[in-house]
Design a protein around this ligand. Structure first.
Ligand code: FAD
Ligand code: SF4
Length: 528
C-alpha cells in the first residue's frame, strides 16, 4: 500500500463507472480506491440471492479491472467482512481510514439517501474531509431537475419529458418532435391475442465465469436463507458485456418493444424487453449510449418511431424523472401513505404460493430470475398490493429486495408514487388500478386460472376484481369527483346495492385471509 494516501476514492456497488468523476484525477502513486461487500447492504431488506450476486460479481470485476491498470484497491469481500465483523459500510470504511490515514475521501454523490447519510456521518465522525462530485451517469443534472420542479405541486412525466427532450435535442426536428408527436403511448399497448407471441429468440446470456461463480458461491455461503434462485444467473457483470446486451436488444427486440411493452405471457419472462436496467443502474452502461443506439436503429430503418420513442420515453422520461423526484422528496417520501394502507404484505410474495395464476407466475419468475417486466410489477404485484391496501413501506421493502435492478432512487418513486399512490398524486394523477379483466386482456394468465376475471363475487370470483371494486368504493370520496378519475369511479354506480354490499364483505374476508401467516393465505376451493 502507498505510504501516504492522498485520496481515498469511495466506489459504491452501484457506481461501477470507470469514467466516474471520482476517478477523474486518480493518481496511482498516491490514491487508493475503496470498495466493500458488507452484510447490511444485503440484509436491510431481505435481498434476492441474484441481486446480491450481481452486485458482488460486478464489483469484483470492476476492482480487478482497476488493479490491471495498476490502481490500488482496498476491497473487503463478504468473507473478509464477516471475519473482521464489519456489518455495515461505515464499519468497513472506518477500519480502512484508520489503516490508510488518507488526507481526504472522494466520491460521487450516492444514489441512495440511506447510504449517503450513513457514510456522511461516518466521514464526520472520522473528521475526514469529503470531496463530493456530481454523478454524470445520468442525462439530467439534479440541479436542472430542481429548476424544472420549482413551483410545481404535481409532477407529470409528459411535461418533464417534453421539456428535457427539447433541452437535450433528443428525437427533435428543430423545435418539433420527430414524427410530430411527443408520445406514441397509444400504440404501445398491444396484447398478443389468443394466438400468443409465437417463438422467441432467447436474449444473449452471460453464463458465469470463474469470478462470477465465486461471487455466487459466496452468496450461497453467506446468505443461504435469502429468497430466490441462483441457477439462472446470466446477467452482464462488465461494461463490455453490457454493451453486448445492448446490441442484442437493438438487433433482436427493439423493433417489437413498442407494440408489446405492456403484454404478458406465461413462462416468457423477457418478451421484447431490454434487460438493461441493472446494467444501467450499476453504471456499467450509460443511458446516453442506450438512447443513441435506439435512435440509430430508427435512423437506419431497423425499428419504427413508435418503438424507439416508446423506449426513449422510458429512459429519458421515466428513469430520469423518478430520480429527480426521489431526491426532491427524500427523506420524507419514505414515510408517505396517502391512502392510509395498513395491511401486511401477504406471505406468498416471498414464496409464490398462491392459486391466483397471474401472481403465481409473476412471483415464480421473480424468484427464479430476479426479474419481472414493468407491467408485471405495476399491474400484477403492485396492483394487488394497492387494491388489498398493503402498507407502502412493506411493499417498498419487497420491491427493493427482489429485483436485480433494485436501487432505492428508482424503486421507491415507482413503488410508492406510481404503483401505490402513497404520495397522494405527486407523481401520478390517479391510481394505476385495474380489475382482473385488464390482466385477462394483456396476458394468458386467466385462461388457466381457477378464478374468473369478470366475476366480482362468489366462489370463483377473481380476488383482484373483488378487491378492485372494493377499492373504488373505499376511496370514492377522494377520486369520484376528480376530473381524471371520475369516469372510472362512476362505473360502480351501475352495480346493484346488494352486490356492492357483498363485494365489501368478500373483500374484507380476503384481507383477513391474506393477513394470515402461510399456508392459510393460499385460497383453495375448500376454504374460499
Ligand atoms: P424495459 O421494459 O426494456 O425498459 C427499458 C428501460 O427503461 C429499463 O431498462 C429502465 O432503465 C427504463 N425504465 C422503464 N420503465 C421505467 C420506470 N418506470 N422507471 C424507471 N426506469 C424505467 N426499475 C429499476 O431500474 N429498478 C427498480 O428497482 C424498479 N422498481 C420498480 C418497482 C415498481 C413497483 C415498478 C412499477 C417499476 C419499477 N422499475 C424499476 C421500473 C421498470 O419496471 C424496470 O426498469 C424494468 O422492468 C426493467 O426491465 P428492462 O431493462 O427489461 O426494461
Ligand atoms: Fe389473476 Fe384473476 Fe386472472 Fe386469476 S382470474 S389470473 S387471479 S386476474
Amino acid at each position: 500500500m502507498t505510504a501516504t494516501v492522498r485520496n481515498l476514492v469511495v466506489i459504491l456497488g452501484d457506481q461501477l463507472d470507470p469514467h466516474s468523476l471520482a476517478l477523474a484525477d486518480f493518481d496511482p502513486a498516491q490514491d487508493v480506491i475503496w470498495m466493500a461487500e458488507v452484510p447490511e447492504e444485503s440484509t436491510h431488506v431481505w435481498s434476492h440471492k441474484t441481486r446480491i450476486a450481481l452486485f458482488f460479481a460486478a464489483m469484483r470485476q470492476f476492482a480487478a479491472d482497476c488493479r490491471t491498470r495498476g490502481w490500488q484497491v482496498d476491497y473487503s469481500t463478504i468473507a473478509g467482512s464477516t471475519a473482521a465483523r464489519f456489518t455495515s459500510l461505515s464499519d468497513a470504511l472506518t477500519a480502512s481510514v484508520r489503516k490508510l490515514k488518507p488526507v481526504r475521501a472522494v466520491w460521487v454523490k450516492p444514489g441512495d439517501y440511506r447510504v449517503e447519510k450513513q457514510l456522511k456521518e461516518c466521514f464526520a465522525a472520522l473528521a475526514l474531509e469529503l470531496d463530493e462530485r456530481p454523478d454524470q451517469h445520468f442525462l439530467i443534472d439534479l440541479d436542472d431537475f430542481q429548476v424544472w420542479a420549482k413551483g410545481r405541486k404535481e409532477f407529470r412525466l409528459a411535461h418533464f419529458y417534453q421539456h428535457f427532450r427539447k433541452k437535450l435535442g433528443i428525437l427533435m426536428k428543430g423545435s418539433e418532435p420527430v414524427g410530430e408527436r411527443w408520445s406514441f403511448d397509444q400504440e404501445n399497448r398491444k396484447s398478443f391475442g389468443r394466438k400468443g407471441p409465437g417463438l422467441f429468440r432467447a436474449p444473449l446470456q452471460f453464463l458465469p465465469d470463474a469470478q462470477v461463480k465465486s461471487a455466487i458461491d459466496d452468496v450461497e455461503r453467506h446468505f443461504p436463507d435469502h429468497p430466490g434462485k441462483l441457477a439462472n444467473f446470466d446477467w452482464p457483470t462488465t461494461s463490455a458485456q453490457a454493451q453486448a446486451a445492448l446490441a442484442d436488444f437493438i438487433e433482436h427486440r427493439l423493433a417489437q418493444f413498442g407494440d408489446f411493452q405492456d403484454a404478458m405471457w406465461t413462462d416468457q419472462p423477457w418478451l421484447y424487453h431490454a434487460r438493461l436496467s441493472a446494467a444501467m443502474n450499476l453504471k456499467l452502461l450509460h443511458p446516453r449510449d442506450v438512447i443513441d443506439a435506439a435512435i440509430a436503429a430508427y435512423a437506419s430503418g431497423q425499428a419504427a418511431l413508435a418503438s424507439v420513442e416508446g423506449f426513449v420515453r422510458q429512459i429519458l422520461g421515466w428513469r430520469e424523472f423518478v430520480r429527480g423526484l426521489y431526491w426532491l422528496r427524500m427523506p420524507g417520501y419514505l414515510q408517505e401513505n396517502a391512502l392510509n394502507a395498513q395491511q401486511p404484505l401477504p406471505d406468498f410474495y416471498w414464496s409464490g404460493k398462491t392459486d391466483m395464476n397471474c401472481l403465481r407466475h409473476t412471483l415464480a419468475q421473480t424468484l427464479d430470475y430476479g426479474y419481472a417486466h414493468h407491467i408485471q410489477r405495476l399491474m400484477v404485484t403492485g396492483n394487488f398490493a394497492l387494491l388489498l391496501g398493503v402498507a407502502p413501506k412493506a411493499i417498498h421493502e419487497w420491491y427493493l429486495a427482489v429485483y436485480v435492478d433494485a436501487v432505492e432512487w428508482v424503486e421507491l418513486p415507482n413503488t410508492l408514487g406510481m404503483s401505490q399512490f402513497a404520495d397522494g398524486g405527486v407523481l401520478a394523477s390517479k391510481p394505476y388500478c385495474a380489475s382482473g379483466k385488464y390482466i385477462d386482456r394483456m396476458s394468458n394468465y386467466c385462461g388457466s386460472c381457477r378464478f374468473k376475471p369478470e366475476l366480482r363475487v362468489g366462489e370463483t370470483a377473481c380476488p383482484i376484481t373483488t378487491l378492485y371494486w372494493d377499492f373504488l368504493e373505499r376511496h370514492a370520496d377522494r377520486f369520484a369527483k376528480h376530473p381524471r378519475s371520475a369516469l372510472q369511479w362512476r362505473a360502480r354506480e351501475s352495480i346493484a346495492p346488494s352486490e356492492r354490499k357483498q363485494i365489501k364483505a368478500e373483500a374484507e374476508q380476503l384481507r383477513i385471509k391474506f393477513a394470515a401467516k402461510a399456508p392459510e393465505n393460499t385460497i383453495t376451493a375448500s376454504n374460499s
